[in-house]
Structures are given as structure tokens and as C-alpha cells.
Write a protein that binds this ligand. Structure first.
Ligand SMILES: Nc1ncnc2c1ncn2[C@@H]1O[C@H](COP(=O)(O)OP(=O)(O)OP(=O)(O)O)[C@@H](O)[C@H]1O
Ligand SMILES: [Mg+2]
Length: 247
């Protein structure tokens, strides 16, 4: 997915030659201390940020240089560490806008939402997606009235509605209660079962251990270790760099 990715902010090397692969159906955990460069990496894949060097690929297509909406159409979906929702739109409207936004270039905003009604097929997909994340009962609530945990699930649902090739989830469990975190784990697994790759940035190591096939540890912009969760966490360098910060 990324190759030799480097980003510098002023004097800070946020990413320094990072290589990272996420294959279809694989759940990769991306962990590391605060400031390691995890969100910067997601921003480079999503197109919110251009790297200074390196390449971004999806299914053999070069993504770097493309605008975020074009990457989204090619199958990149993401959630944000700081939630990005429209308070006055309902949960279902969020999903509907996301679904229509995948229409070809040139589609007018008014065609996306203004008085637009979902077709029967779209309505079915919206309901199925709401069900996947357990938000059916809150489908008609304006998102601004929902607690943070539900907003995170709205972001995930919005990312899933376009059937992405890869889902980049930036700390999706932050602010979730234990029941919602359980739902999240189930949702992430169901995403991978449909052959979508998942990059899960997560501070909750129990969740990482539970759902991830593989873990990559980032520290000061470099990949410090990668592999199975238990092996990676047993690596003394990881314990020094990462667990040392947490303790
Ligand atoms: N827009 C920016 N301008 C300047 N510096 C930035 C910017 N974004 C990130 N950085 C710096 O780049 C480094 C990596 O930040 P990043 O947000 O990617 O870390 P992270 O691993 O996501 O951390 P956290 O776990 O706290 O979310 C940090 O030193 C951060 O201060
Ligand atoms: Mg971050």
C-alpha cells in the first residue's frame, strides 16, 4: 500500500521511509506511541496530505497525487481520529450522501442530497449497513444528538457504504463504551470477511490482539517491528519504545 513514504513537518520527520502492505481481507494493526506518525500515514493514503517522497498504491494503481475523492472512488475509505460528521444530518443521511458521492465526477451536489430519495436498492443497502454497525434504532437521529461512541460507528458505516477495497480506521475505539467496542470488533472482522483490507490504528492493545492478523509498530516515523501480535510485543525494542511510553 505504501512504499518509502517520508513526510517532514518543519524539522520533524513524521514518516521516514515507511513500507507497509495491507492485502485484501487482512486486518493490520498499526500501533506506536503518540506522535509516531500513524495518522500522518493514513492522511497520505487518504489524500489529505501529500508525502515528500514515496509511493501509495491500491490494487496496482498509483494513488499519490490524486485528490481524496478520487482515491475514495478507487476504494480507499477512512475514518478520522477527530470525528468528522455533520451534526444536523441524520445517521441515514450520512450514509446516503456517502453512497451518492461515489457517483461519477460531475455529479451535482443537488443530485446528491437535495430532495433526493434513495432508490429501493440504495435503501436496502443503507439499511443493511445500519444493521452491520448496530445503528438501525438511531437511523433518524441527527448525528449531533448522538454520543461520541455512536458517531464513531457512523463514521465506520459511512466508510463501508461504498464497499471499499481498504478501510483505514484511525483510533475508532477511542470514546467507545465496552459494548460499542465489542460491536466495533465484530464490524471490523465482517469487513475483512468481505475481502476488504483493514488498517486499524489503535491504542487499545486488547482490541488489536483480538482482531488483527498482523501488527506493525511505528516509532518516530519508522517501522520498528512487524509480525504476529505476541511476537511483536515480546520484542525488547518494542517494549522499550512503545510500552515504555505507555507505562
Ligand atoms: N499538520 C502538522 N503540522 C506539523 N506537525 C505535524 C502535523 N501533523 C503531525 N505533525 C507531527 O508529526 C508527528 C507525527 O504525528 P501523527 O499525528 O502522525 O502521530 P500519531 O502516531 O498519529 O500520534 P497519536 O497517537 O497521538 O495520534 C508528530 O511529531 C506531530 O507533532
Ligand atoms: Mg494519530
Amino acid at each position: 500500500m505504501v512504499e518509502g513514504l517520508s513526510v517532514t513537518f518543519g524539522g520533524v520527520r513524521a514518516l521516514d521511509g515507511v513500507d507497509l502492505e495491507v492485502t485484501p481481507g487482512e486486518i493490520v494493526g498499526l500501533v506506536g506511541p503518540n506522535g509516531a506518525g500513524k495518522s500522518t500515514l493514513v492522511n497520505c493514503v487518504g489524500g489529505q496530505l501529500d508525502a515528500d517522497a514515496g509511493r501509495v498504491w491500491l490494487d496496482g494503481i498509483r494513488l499519490d497525487g490524486l485528490a481524496p475523492h478520487r482515491r475514495a472512488r478507487l476504494g480507499v475509505a477512512r475514518t478520522f481520529q477527530r470525528i468528522a460528521v455533520f451534526p444536523e444530518l441524520t445517521v441515514r443521511e450520512h450514509l446516503f450522501v456517502a453512497l451518492r458521492a461515489r457517483r461519477p465526477a460531475g455529479t451535482r451536489w443537488s443530485e446528491l442530497v437535495d430532495r433526493a430519495q434513495p432508490t429501493a436498492a440504495e435503501a436496502d443497502l443503507l439499511e443493511a449497513t445500519l444493521e452491520r454497525v448496530g445503528l438501525q434504532a438511531r437511523a433518524d437521529a441527527p448525528v449531533g444528538t448522538l454520543p461520541l461512541g455512536a458517531c464513531r460507528l457512523v463514521e465506520i458505516a459511512r466508510a463501508l457504504v461504498g464497499a471499499p477495497r481498504v478501510l483505514l480506521a484511525d483510533e475508532p475505539s477511542s470514546g467507545l463504551d465496552p459494548r460499542e467496542a465489542g460491536t466495533l470488533a465484530t464490524v471490523v472482522r465482517s469487513v475483512a470477511e468481505r475481502d476488504t483490507g483493514v488498517l486499524l490504528i489503535e491504542h487499545d492493545l486488547a482490541l488489536v490482539a483480538e482482531v488483527c492478523d498482523r501488527v506493525v509498530v511505528l516509532d518516530v516515523g519508522q517501522v520498528l517491528a512487524q509480525g504476529a501480535f505476541a511476537d511483536v510485543m515480546a520484542d525488547p525494542r518494542v517494549q522499550r519504545a512503545y510500552l515504555g511510553h505507555v507505562a
